[in-house]
Write a protein of this length. Structure first.
Ligand code: FAD
Lengths: 283, 433
């Protein structure tokens, strides 16, 4: 069985700083990690491989330095790693990203058929949850999102049954292979690789594919040109400046305390006062 | 089949990287193991990089290494609660083509250094902790164990460059425990400040940088120093004191750092800066007398693990690089000549160290740690006396200069006594001999 896991290298959000003057997010110098949600997908894939045999290939689209994440995935036990890197990919939104990844997966599938494609639920730096479904659509894969458990996999019948977290309950879904699964967080925990895996990862050569290598013919679908979404501005919410006000209530009756509280509120928000008065007078 | 290498290097700080780089270049099959997520991820330094030691290994390092600023001005301050007396040495000569000292950020620098090691052909594996040494029936070290499943790895020789705690060699009984009076605990913060603000505050431009070293009452009677270094877009500020002094005091390292940051001479330099990072680390400061056995059957020790730090001159990373380099050269020579990695054959490492600045400098200051330890007046009485002297001297208040001179002398005599003063001068002269 051949499994492909799509991962993304993201800035460690716990360590992102906001520029104190310009209030923009500073990514420079922030360490990168594998998108934490993707680790659940990777572990699930590794478990399936351990049970059913086959290979796990990790793939990412990103700058050359995204190889760090691929190396890490290899150390966890993935068999092969592919880095899609090309200046044509720069500036991709979720549409262009799912295009690039689906091209890469197609090339892998041409070498050996792919049974399951995994992605994480979403990324921590984009939060869109669109790339997985985008790949499924392009590759015509059955789509299972927000999966919390794989109940059964029948390679003979080419059927898979999963539990999917949905609003208001859990759905048990069965579908045929090949399929795409986006894994929910907290479903497993990533393994601690053995020494052999560490050696293998340190010695494995990554496949680095350009857009052309991945079989892209229409460069218009890549990167900035293939991205209808434009992020106009990224900023941190400005910190609130209002300070708490302390009302001295020593010796006051409950009713007086209420009056004092309301008076303080209205003082700080004269419009609120007017609106409420207008409302009370039925205007 | 367990893996076998010519050499295993434990740790990917400056000592381990220098050793692994040299061994790989000499054609040995090298494995380097690092417990951090990546080289440098856990490492703490001020950090001043001394070009010379690195140049011996990578002559063109300036072209690629992540360097923050080259140092054009060095300030040395004696602090009291409210004042500092000090010297500034600034020279345009430090704006030379190949500057001598740089500030660096270790997380970035170590990562770059490690990329050089990988390019030279060493196999580098991170996130893997060496838990012990494997010995053969005659007691020779023949490999290491790690915290991973199937973690036994074999090699002809192991270079222990695992830093100040040196847990691997300690556990293997190759050396004793760290002594609290031979090691300092340092805490350090990095504060973000825009580049142009730093340039203005320190009167510098381009990649010029300023470093401040401070001692005095700021360490509350404990033996230690504080520092403040300019990086490209941040300021590193820290303080460290001997561990046994902390143990006898109710002041925490963190309190000391807060005091230093609040000092009237320091506070304006950090105004509006945003705290980015906090770290604590030990520094081996026992000097020459604390250096353990440096090589044995199948093993050598380099860097902080061998206590190679000149605390007076704040030199550690350079000694780490040089000792790592020399350890590797010792191994490579034996390998070339087809001789086994026995204690007797590896003992030339000690000789190499003695011929280099490393043990020469540590030997020169061998008495300094004890003298300072036993004579706390150097960090308590003298800063006050100096500050009072300066105050008396510079204040224009109608008192004639001769009277001022007398008053300064009287102060010193009252503070330390005539015999004390002469004794202190003698002790210092001897310690620096
Ligand atoms: C606050 C502070 C300021 C300093 N300022 C300066 C300065 O300005 N200039 C200067 O030259 N020196 C300075 N030093 C000293 C300098 O940092 C050290 O001397 C230098 O880092 C020593 O290098 P090393 O390679 O021996 O050890 P480290 O840099 O400590 O590297 C040891 C490595 O080994 C790894 N390791 C440890 N145990 C294991 C294990 N069991 N298995 C696998 N890996 C392991 C660690 O993760 C680490 O990466 C300063 C130190 C401190 C604490």
């Amino acid at each position: 069985m051949n499994i492909v896991v799509c991962i993304k290298q993201v800035p460690d959000s716990a360590q992102i700083r906001v520029h104190p003057v310009t209030n923009t997010i500073m990514r420079q110098g922030v360490p990168t990690i594998i998108n934490p949600y993707d680790l659940f997908a990777l572990e699930e894939a590794l478990c399936l491989r351990d049970r059913f045999g086959g290979t796990v290939t990790v793939i990412t689209m990103g700058p050359p330095m995204a190889d760090t994440s691929l190396r890490k995935a290899l150390a966890y036990g993935a068999d092969r790693a592919v880095l899609l890197t090309d200046r044509f990919f720069a500036g991709s939104d979720t549409l262009a990203t799912s295009f690039a990844l689906s091209q890469g997966i197609s090339r892998l599938a041409a070498e050996a058929p792919v049974d399951i494609v995994f992605t994480g639920k979403q990324t921590i730096d984009g939060d869109t949850a669109q790339v997985g479904p985008g790949i499924a659509k392009r590759l015509n894969l059955h789509q299972l999102t927000y999966v919390e458990h794989i109940d059964s996999l029948d390679l003979e019948a080419r059927e898979i049954t999963v539990r999917r977290r949905a609003e208001g309950g859990v759905q048990v879904l069965k579908t045929g292979l090949p399929c795409l699964i986006t894994m929910l967080e907290g479903t497993n925990s990533i393994r601690f690789a053995s020494m052999d895996d560490m050696f293998r990862a340190a010695r494995t050569r990554l496949d680095k594919w350009s857009a052309k290598d991945a079989g892209v013919e229409d460069m218009q679908k890549c990167g900035l040109r293939g991205s209808p979404t434009v992020v106009k501005k990224v900023f941190a919410p400005s910190p609130r400046t209002e300070k708490a006000k302390i009302i001295d209530i020593a010796g006051l009756e409950p009713a007086q305390i209420a009056d004092a509280a309301i008076e303080t509120l209205f003082e700080a928000n004269p419009e609120l006062h007017e609106d409420l008065r207008a409302f009370a007078s039925g205007a | 089949m367990p893996e076998t290498f010519d050499a295993i290097v434990v740790g990917a700080g400056p000592a381990g990287n220098s050793a692994a780089l040299t061994l790989a270049r000499e054609g040995l099959n090298v494995l380097q193991l690092e417990r951090g997520e990546y080289p440098g991820s856990k490492n703490v330094q001020g950090a001043i990089l001394y070009a010379n030691a690195l140049e011996q290994l990578i002559p063109d390092f300036r072209d690629e290494a992540p360097l923050e600023r080259h140092i054009v001005e060095q300030r040395v301050w004696m602090l009291t609660e409210k004042s500092h007396v000090g010297t500034h040495y600034r020279s345009d000569d430090f704006n030379e083509e190949r500057p001598n000292r740089y500030t660096i950020i270790r997380a970035q620098f170590d990562k770059w250094f490690s990329s050089q090691v990988k390019d030279a052909g060493a196999l580098v594996i991170c996130e893997t902790t060496v838990t012990g040494l494997i010995r053969d029936s005659r007691g020779k070290v023949v490999g290491v164990t790690t915290d991973r499943e199937g973690g036994e790895i074999f090699a002809d020789v192991v270079v222990l460059a695992d830093g100040v705690n040196a847990l691997v060699s300690q556990k293997a009984g190759l050396r004793g425990e760290l002594k609290p009076d031979q090691v300092a605990l340092a805490v350090k913060e990095t504060h973000y400040l825009p580049r142009d603000v730093i340039d203005q505050r320190f009167n510098i431009k381009g990649d010029e940088g300023v470093v401040i070293e401070a001692a005095g009452t700021i360490t509350a009677g404990m033996l230690g120093t504080a520092f403040l270094y300019t990086n490209g877009e941040s300021i590193s500020v820290g303080v460290g004191c001997i561990v046994s002094d902390f143990a006898g005091s109710d002041i925490s390292p963190y309190d000391l750092l807060e005091r230093f940051k609040e000092h009237p001479s320091v506070r304006p330099l950090l105004a509006d800066a945003e705290l980015k990072e906090y770290a604590a680390h030990l520094i081996p400061e026992g000097g020459y007398k604390a250096v353990p056995q440096v090589a044995g059957d199948g093993w050598l020790v380099a860097g902080d693990a061998g206590q190679f730090v000149n605390s007076l001159h704040r030199e550690g990373s350079n000694m780490a690089m040089t000792t790592g380099h020399l350890a590797a050269l010792t191994i490579a020579e034996l390998k070339r000549e087809g001789r086994p990695m026995t204690a007797a054959n590896l003992s030339t490492y000690r000789k190499r160290l003695e011929d280099s600045y490393v043990l020469k400098d540590l030997k020169k200051y061998r008495d300094l740690p004890t003298v300072l330890h036993k004579n706390k007046q150097f960090v308590t009485a003298y800063p006050e006396l100096l500050s009072q002297a300066a105050d008396t001297w510079f204040r224009v208040d109608g008192v004639d200069k001769r009277t001022k001179e007398r008053s300064i002398l009287r102060n010193f005599r009252r503070g330390r006594g005539l015999i004390g003063l002469v004794g202190d001068a003698y002790k210092m002269a001897r310690a620096f001999r």
